[in-house]
Design a protein around this ligand. Sequence first.
Ligand code: AMP
Ligand code: GLY
Length: 428
Amino acid sequence: MKVLVIGSGGREHALAWKIGQSSRVDRIFVAPGNAGTASEQDASLENVDIADNDIPRLLEFAKQNEIGLVVVGPEAPLAAGAVDAFSESGIRAFGPSARAAELEASKIFCKNLLRHADIASAEFHTFRDAAGAELFLTSRDDVPVVVKADGLAAGKGVIVCDNREEALAAVDRIAGSKEFGDAGNQLIIEERLVGQEASVLAITDGRTILTMPAAQDHKPALDGDRGPNTGGMGAYSPTPIVTQEIMNLVEERILVPTVHQMKRSRRPFRGILYAGLMITKHGVKVLEYNVRFGDPECQPLMMRLQSDLVDVLEATIDGRLDEVEPMQWDPRPSVCVVMASEGYPGSYEKGRPIRGLKEAALVPGVKVFHAGTAIQEGQTVNNGGRVLGVTALGDTISAAKLQAYTAVKCIRWEGAWCRKDISDKALR
Ligand code: AMP
Ligand code: GLY
């Protein structure tokens, strides 16, 4: 079978790499992919120069090349109806429909769904313009809040505020100066929760839910969770913060009612349901839902997955997830350290040659997933903010961390940096 993976991040490299291990797959195309997917040892992997949001051309490519399975990585093409388009043409595609992807594409839709399903989440108020939000903020106590743009904003439309002054500035950025464009047509002001964050990803066909081991992302740019928010500077799995007891609770009180409520809303959910959680003193609360694999959470998860991913993806599309064997996971933990470009999450220069990738790949237990990389004149160069996801397995979290950072030390390019404390939260 031929598979088309859509996207160009570390997540898509990890998915393509894992899919390549399936005995049922002969060829994998990644659109548009990166230098990592272009230079996998596995010769069956190849990049296709089509943007991840160009649905008409992706569809044409899939038809011409008799693609048997499409896997959509990022949220934007899902929200734009990529899976609907492939399915209507009789091509099997993994991921939610556009209507179901609203769970991520509209934070207001998500919050209302959580409320209707009685799922624990932060208190919230929604607004259609800056004036209403400002009136709300100035007419109540000055407490920490989170201000969010309703729509997709590449993970940047969430502003965590300490006080009213910051909240008013956030409202202005989202709804006044429209920094995130139409994503800010509506906004949410939420109670600011305090606790530890964790990601629980599950795969569901709308009836059966298979939960994956919990992971933890590191969103702030700097060590100790300081600095601006990023797409994620590293992740590890499993995280001891999510105990078996918490996992059971997440399944019973969060995932199951969400899948039911989506069905009742006539938006049956098929794909990856990614619950962003805050573990607070008052219980586990949902911060948000994503409708695809997390990036970078996908990298440590794919390192640990032992089952054939293609079987699970196909069973999800066909609505027979109840028939597949439970997914098998390597009991060893995995740690992924993201190496980023100088200046990220602000602006950065591209095109700087990356050295030491071969040496890094030789470190035992390590796989270097590429994200923002490209090949220019035969050299691998940085081509995005998050450049590499150096991922390692180890007998313990500390051992996996050590292997990952040993490999990181082999890799150099001008301005390269990473957080030094990925997975330390597990050890505290
Ligand atoms: P989201 O995209 O909604 O997950 O938000 C991005 C990040 O903002 C989360 O990972 C949290 O760190 C933070 N965040 C979002 N909502 C809240 C909240 N209600 N309380 C505290 N932090 C939040
Ligand atoms: N790791 C956060 C995300 O994928 O949204």
